[in-house]
Design a protein around this ligand. Structure first.
Ligand code: ADP
Ligand code: MG
Length: 392
């Protein structure tokens, strides 16, 4: 199904974003560059996106007054955070143009629903079982093919939070209880060769464009690096991932920017992991490596502008900057060596305006662009040495 093309919202209009974190900040930076104003709904004063606008509605996501204020001024609204309560999105959708649509976001809020969608669309995913209660634990424990496994909360997980490894069936119920006894999904731990993701954008008229997939490395469940360059992903896998991601967007009748994460297993299978109904950390390099970024595509989808097929003009490697970098080995606070990092070729520093560094907190990212993979890798390795990051 495709919807009719939507009326174009011209620059000068106000665009709304639910959530005031770094994704909302980079959305605002891109939309503001094109002359749009941005209203941010975000409960926390001084949040990264709220710093950029005088139009900060400081309220909870499900506060009807706050939603009213956004719907009154904004010509269209998007999200930077998928865990906005479904009821708030449904309310907004009745009052203002919203992309992505509430039902698509609802699927992305729940790992069990995501996996059901992948299966319905014929996109392979890891063997898994829903675990909601003690009886569900017993049923899943009887399925040998799910072990060794990873138990994940169905909702609200991010950066590896809400996950526990479960080696054996006997440990499942205790793991489920220690995750709070909430709805979970148990999935088999796969033997990964590497991880990739596809970021795409789909307009209200059903037209779709995508970025080349990037190769992602996680450390302790948190994205460490994303690399986008010719040759980093075997062609067959890249094509299959793009095809699958486009199928998912079509299957959801999705409007907006969507990211689908995939595993490639050691035996060469492509497996969908999860998806995000918004720009994604693994796509941050597009700001510096492509002629149109994932954030520009986000506002283009929202205002009903044409979606150009992005062109990658540079190889790129992005490193996440976690709060850990602000502490020396004796746990004393320090400022990372930005001057040293900025002297490296092709360095682009993005800091999110977060004032309190904490271990594991995403404070910013650093993208390196250059003519070849070898050059961006060399610069990124030098940055790791300067910042005290373990080498890759
Ligand atoms: P999050 O929402 O925290 O990103 P993910 O499900 O993407 O959660 O898991 C985070 C990371 O943990 C993945 O990128 C991958 O490195 C690892 N991981 C997750 N599930 C599996 C699995 N079934 N097999 C192997 N590794 C996994
Ligand atoms: Mg993930």
């Amino acid at each position: 199904m495709t919807r009719p093309a939507q009326a174009f919202i011209a620059p000068g209009a106000v665009l709304g974003v639910l959530g005031g974190g770094q994704l909302g900040r980079m959305f605002a930076q891109s939309a503001q560059a094109a002359g749009y104003e941005v209203v941010v709904l975000e409960p926390q004063a001084g949040a990264p996106a709220a710093q950029l606008t005088t139009r900060h509605v400081c309220s909870a996501y499900d506060d009807v007054d706050g939603l009213h204020q956004v719907a009154r001024v904004a010509g269209a609204v998007t999200i930077e955070f998928e865990n906005v309560p479904a009821a708030a999105l449904q309310w907004l959708e009745r009052h203002v143009r919203l992309a992505p649509h509430a039902p698509a976001v609802a699927v992305c809020q729940d790992r069990a629903q995501e996996k059901a969608l992948f299966q319905r669309l014929g996109v392979p995913c890891a063997p898994h079982a829903a675990v909601h209660d003690a009886a569900g634990c017993a049923t899943a424990a009887a399925r040998e093919e799910l072990f060794p496994g990873i138990l994940k909360t169905a909702r609200m997980g991010y950066d590896g939070k809400g996950q526990l490894g479960v080696q054996e069936p006997a440990g499942l119920e205790a793991a489920w209880r220690s995750l709070g006894g909430v709805a979970c999904v148990l999935e088999r731990r796969l033997d990964l060769d590497y991880e990739i993701s596809v970021v795409l954008a789909r307009g209200a008229d059903g037209r779709m464009v995508h970025f080349e997939p990037q190769r992602n490395v996680h450390r302790d469940g948190i994205l460490f690096s994303s690399t986008s360059a010719p040759g980093v992903i075997p062609e067959g896998a890249a094509e299959a991932a793009v095809r699958a991601a486009r199928g998912v967007a079509e299957g959801l009748d999705y409007v907006g920017v969507l990211c689908v994460e995939f595993f490639v297993t050691r035996d060469g299978r492509l497996v969908a992991n999860e998806m995000a109904p918004r720009p994604h950390n693994s796509g941050h390099h597009t700001i510096d490596s492509c002629d149109v970024s994932q954030f520009e595509l986000q506002w283009r989808c929202l205002v009903g502008a044409p979606l150009p097929q992005p062109r990658r003009h540079s190889a790129a490697l992005m490193l996440n900057l976690l709060g850990d970098l602000w502490f020396d080995p004796q746990a004393r606070q320090r400022e990372p060596d930005w001057a040293g990092v900025l002297a490296l070729p092709g360095a682009h520093l993005h800091l999110y305006g977060k004032h309190e560094p904490r271990a594991g907190r995403k404070m910013g990212h650093l993208s390196f662009t250059g003519p070849s993979l070898a050059e961006v890798e060399a610069a990124a390795r030098a940055a790791c040495a300067l910042l005290g990051l373990a080498p890759f």
